[in-house]
Design a protein around this ligand. Structure first.
Ligand code: GLA
Length: 751
């Protein structure tokens, strides 16, 4: 990154791209303006060719000839024109942003001070250099030195202006159970905005986004990636201006925002991060994955092996008893699960979602002996014990709400509306923060609880005062609560959840090292949800569960193995009624967990890449790689008639090295063959009949096994044939039967 202080004392990024080697390059990389351009205004008569209209400023205000959307909008009683000039630069040891999460491990921090002598306002531009991660961080600090208050109505964390290379914008959009869809749009002249306005970073528009130069793909081409270390309302904007320069900004959403600063007060924005790769979206994603693992996740979690989880939610929902939980625990332990998580419904009067939030005492009718008795039983089975809470919420039907109706977010004029029958506590209030910290602490201290799933199942409404800092103050309150809890309970593994991925961002990951990505556990949907997430986030932060064969969310059927093939890329868990498993299912799950544990380091800490997606090939391929080991997942969408040949193919292998590969054998249910099972069965099995179910519970077919030795070159060029797929012409031990939404994993090791 080459930052230039122009003769007019403006801060301009002249270059952001591949690493430079010498300051001697600076002159050649700096733009000159010999004659000025058309209707643009002259900033300074002494340099008539220079206009703010086409300087690539690192922050921009309005009113002095820059007609792109400003990154900073200020006003005071004298008006709204602010003209900052550079004053000084300092390189210092990186300092944390007060009150906001700051990624650690920066090698240095550059602070550029700019002043507005007339309005008496100072801007500090903070640049963090994460040298070994190839990432820059940026945030802005605004200080009012005027005796009159200063109003801030827009304060983006950064602006970067780059030359147009026909970029596309790639964002992650979605909704409940449908998170992280990848959308790519060509950036034309004008302005594009990716934004959340619901109080959470949201499943609608994730703050991560990337830019792809024309022609770039997963493997090659220039990409820029950006994210914001923030969990509230955010805005990312792209404006291709009249001179075909692309203005990139990201920060707190200005909608509903207004901060007033008295003399001597200052305001800091959250940190935005930015990265560059010329190795396509995979190259960019690798930088982001390493950065999150190295600099965002707290040090104590970095090397923490994430346990295999069992969570009772999809199995029981609210309808459980202690004996039921104990029976699930026993089964889970037998299958190899390491952490048993009791989800919603264990507290207060909560038998459905209309009661109890806010009353964090155990329901002793449901759980006689309390949580301690359950954590003791888990320990007897050599499992850890974890719990679900939704600390930011209350139901109207709760003792908490009745005692403190004033704690909820409300405007005191309208009857506040509910989401999932609940109100949101106003975490901007100190007494509410204390209540949340105390109630969570009490629960964690009441038993041997080493995991907490922190949920947040509604968005904000009935905000008391806008424009204001209301939404931002909520997030600052939340961060203060999370910091207090993470500090007090360093051994508790916290998992972030917000109806799945409604607050999946770098702010939450700064405190909680993992996140429940989505309530959608259907494996095929999950392929999309995870593919999107892994563009900007590592496997180690994404928790994925294998659920029952019929998906709750889609009613789609897929095999347990197909679900495992997707869920294993990340942190693995199970979320189905283990008492309903057949003996074949039990063997299948036990086999999956053993395989996962054998390769856990790879699945959790390896580097994910997209090898092929469904728009390129009928089989989509992912890989995860670390050192000499790789696992490649191959995924089918719909079974094709006369399927084309498929190949085992991957990335980043050493061309001249040899690799051994082997497929993971899967269980194929006799039921999959329907009436065709009779071709092999000595007794007649009526399709979907009772006898077929009885036989299928005890006997399955095994998938093909394929292994061999190949060079890196063969893998890189897709030369390794996978055995023939099911083609409707017969089945034997070499036929590769994936079927609709099926998959297969291959483990590869350099020899
Ligand atoms: C949310 C979560 C689910 C589950 C339920 C419990 O929807 O995302 O995983 O915990 O709440 O009410």
């Amino acid at each position: 990154m080459l930052i230039h202080i122009t003769p007019n004392k403006k801060v301009v990024t002249e270059y952001f791209g591949s690493r430079l080697f010498s300051l001697k390059e600076a002159t050649a990389l700096t733009r000159t303006y010999p004659t000025g351009q058309g209707t643009s205004l002259t900033y300074d008569e002494e340099t008539p060719a220079v206009s703010l209209d086409y300087l690539k400023a690192d922050f921009a205000t309005a009113g002095r000839g820059d007609y792109a959307w400003p990154s900073l909008i200020l006003s005071n009683k004298d008006g709204g024109v602010f003209d900052f000039i550079f004053q000084s630069a300092e390189v210092r040891k990186p300092q944390n942003i007060v009150g906001l999460p700051t990624p650690h491990g920066a090698s240095e921090e550059l602070v550029l001070t700019c002043v507005e002598p007339v309005m008496k306002v100072t801007i500090l531009l903070h640049y963090f250099v994460y040298e070994s991660n190839d990432v820059f961080g940026r945030y802005l600090e605004i200080k009012n030195e005027n005796e009159f208050p200063l109003a801030i109505t827009r304060a983006e964390s950064f602006q970067l202006v780059i030359p147009n290379r026909e970029y596309s914008l790639v964002t992650l959009y979605g909704s409940w159970a449908n998170e992280n869809n990848v959308e790519e749009v060509r950036i034309g002249h004008g302005r594009l905005v990716n934004e959340s306005t619901c109080g959470l970073s949201s499943n609608r528009h994730n703050p991560f986004f990337l830019l792809k130069e024309k022609g770039a793909n997963a493997q090659k081409g220039v990409c820029y990636g950006f994210n914001l270390v923030y969990s509230g309302n955010h805005e990312e904007s792209l404006e291709l201006d009249a001179f075909s320069s692309l203005h990139i900004q990201s920060g707190i959403s200005p909608l509903y925002f207004r901060k007033s600063l008295v003399k001597g007060a200052s305001f800091v924005t959250p940190m935005a991060i930015m990265a560059y790769s010329k190795e396509g979206t995979n190259g960019l994603s690798h930088i982001m994955q390493h950065f999150v693992n190295d600099c965002v996740i707290q040090a104590q979690y970095k090397e923490m092996v994430r346990p295999v989880v069992y969570n009772n939610w999809e199995a029981t929902m609210f309808d459980f008893s202690k004996p039921k939980l104990v029976s699930l625990m026993k089964k889970a332990a037998d299958l190899g699960v390491e952490l048993f998580v009791l989800d919603d419904g264990w507290f207060g009067s909560r038998d459905d979602d209309s009661h109890g939030l806010g009353d964090w005492e155990v329901n002793s009718k449901k759980i006689p002996g309390g949580l301690k008795s359950l954590s003791d039983i888990a320990a007897l089975h050599h499992m850890r014990f974890g719990i679900w809470m939704e600390p930011e919420m209350v139901n109207e039907e709760s003792k908490c709400y009745k005692a403190h109706p004033e704690w909820i977010i409300q405007d005191h004029l309208h009857k506040p509306i509910k989401g999932r029958h609940q109100f949101m506590l106003d975490l901007s209030k100190k007494e509410v923060q204390d209540f949340v910290v105390d109630s969570v602490s009490e629960v964690l201290n009441s038993a041997d609880i080493t995991y907490l799933k922190w949920d947040c199942n509604r968005m904000m409404s009935d905000f008391p005062l806008v424009p204001s800092t209301f939404f931002h103050d909520y997030i600052l309150g939340l961060y203060s609560v999370l910091a207090r809890l993470a500090f007090t309970f360093p051994d508790v593994l916290f998992e972030n959840c917000a109806s799945g991925g409604n607050r999946f961002d770098l702010g939450m990951l700064s405190y909680f090292p993992q996140s429940w990505l989505s309530d959608d556990t259907d494996s095929f949907q999950r392929y999309y949800i995870q593919s999107g997430a892994y563009l900007g986030y590592p496997l180690s932060v994404c928790s994925n569960h294998v659920s029952a064969k019929t998906s709750n969310q889609m009613l789609r059927k897929s095999s347990l193995d197909a679900k495992f093939d997707i869920a294993s890329f990340g942190i693995l868990g199970y979320e189905l009624d283990l008492n309903d498993l057949t003996s074949i299912d039990e063997k299948t799950i036990a086999g999956q967990i053993a395989y996962y544990k054998e390769h856990r380091d790879l699945f959790q800490m390896g580097v994910w890449s997209e090898v092929k997606n469904f728009s390129e090939s009928h089989l989509a391929l992912w890989q995860v790689q670390s050192g000499d080991e790789t696992i490649i997942g191959t995924f089918e969408k719909l079974q094709e008639p006369a399927p084309e040949e498929s190949h085992l193919e991957g990335l980043n292998f050493k061309g001249d090295a040899l690799y051994h590969f082997s497929s993971r054998q899967e269980s194929i249910s006799l039921k999959k063959f329907g009436h065709l099972a009779n071709l092999a069965s000595p007794v007649h099995l009526k399709e979907e009949g009772v006898l077929q179910s009885i036989v299928a519970a005890k006997k399955d077919m095994k998938s093909e096994e394929q292994e061999g030795t190949v060079s890196g070159n063969a893998l890189l060029s897709g030369g390794v044939f996978l055995s023939q797929e099911w083609s409707g012409t017969g089945y034997n031990k070499d036929v590769r039967l994936l079927g609709d939404f099926g998959g297969r994993l291959y483990y590869l090791k350099k020899i």
